[in-house]
Design a protein around this ligand. Structure first.
Ligand code: NAD
Length: 275
């Protein structure tokens, strides 16, 4: 593994537009379970997966009931407020501060990249700490609505102050389309990247899993440099279908800090500019 980390560090130092694509595996070391890892929520309880598919359906049928369930039921991922970034998140923040990493596109909804200090983060599946209008996609901080009082007074669902649309959690539920601003921007960022670190994701959730595939095809067709490195506990379809160039197998909370330490030991050119 030492040689692999050295190779990745060398490539990152030479890169112009490295990005990271992250998934639930990034946050297991912060105590938030993933879905499909060996002790993931779906792996242990396949019925929980079926239940998760109802959320968007319920929102469309009855936004009031959707909100009542959200405010009174248990959270699938536990108490996200208490979760803290782990060494993997902190390493990605260091890579951004060094000018090496230009963007993080995450499937995670836990806000831990932002808590770690990363500033260029795109929440592909939304953010549990935000609300979003289902009509105009305006985002709100949850504190902008007194949701518990609205629950008590029977005034749910909250409505958008800009267009009057119904507000939901910013989380993108199963069967819900990715907000178009996010999908457009993530495609642009992916296609402009020359190195993609794919960290802690099983890469089976679409359309997210298309980002590495599309970026690789388009950049190769245009003869632009592109390297895809997975950092994951196990192999994924990207590994098995020969789409990624390398898999550094293990925990993101251990491998990413080693990568940062290796880059620091090598000669990093004056702070790289961001694009
Ligand atoms: P997934 O559960 O399908 O896959 C996680 C992958 O990470 C697995 O391959 C697992 O072996 C690996 N992994 C687990 N711990 C790891 C570690 N410490 N280091 C390296 N690899 C590790 O997750 P996914 O691909 O992100 O897809 C699940 C979907 O569910 C996502 O779209 C996401 O929105 C959502 N989700 C989010 C959170 C969160 O916000 N933290 C948690 C669970 C699920």
């Amino acid at each position: 593994m030492g040689d692999q980390i050295k190779r990745v560090a060398e490539s990152l130092i030479k890169s112009q537009s490295a990005i990271a694509l992250t998934g639930a595996g990034m946050s297991t070391e912060s105590g938030i379970p993933d879905f499909r890892g060996p002790s993931g929520i779906w792996t242990r309880d396949p019925e929980a997966e079926k239940r998760a598919y109802w959320s968007y359906d319920l929102f469309q049928k009855s936004p009031k009931k959707y909100w009542e369930e959200r405010l009174t039921g248990p959270s699938l991922l536990g108490d996200l407020f208490q979760a803290a970034p782990n060494p993997g998140h902190l390493a990605l923040c260091e890579l951004e501060a060094m000018g090496v990493l230009k963007w993080v596109i995450t499937q995670n909804i836990d806000n831990l990249h932002q808590k770690a200090g990363n500033r260029k983060v795109l929440d592909y599946h939304g953010n549990a700490f935000k609300l979003r209008c289902s009509s105009c996609a305006a985002r709100y901080e949850p504190e902008e609505f007194d949701l518990m009082t609205m629950l008590k007074d029977g005034q749910l669902p909250p409505v958008c102050r800009k267009c009057g649309g119904v507000i939901k959690s910013d989380i993108v539920h199963f069967h819900e389309p990715i907000p178009s601003d996010v999908s457009t921007m993530s495609l642009e960022i992916a296609m402009a990247s020359d190195i993609m670190l794919i960290c802690g994701t099983s890469a089976v959730v679409y359309p997210f899993a298309n980002l590495p595939r599309i970026a690789k095809r388009l950049r190769r067709e245009s003869n632009l440099p592109f390297t895809m490195i997975e950092i994951n506990a196990e192999s994924t379809p990207l590994t098995e279908q020969g789409i990624s160039d390398d898999l550094v197998q293990g925990k993101t909370g251990e491998i990413l800090p080693r990568l940062v330490a290796k880059i620091k030991k090598m000669k990093l050119p004056a702070k790289k500019s961001s694009y």
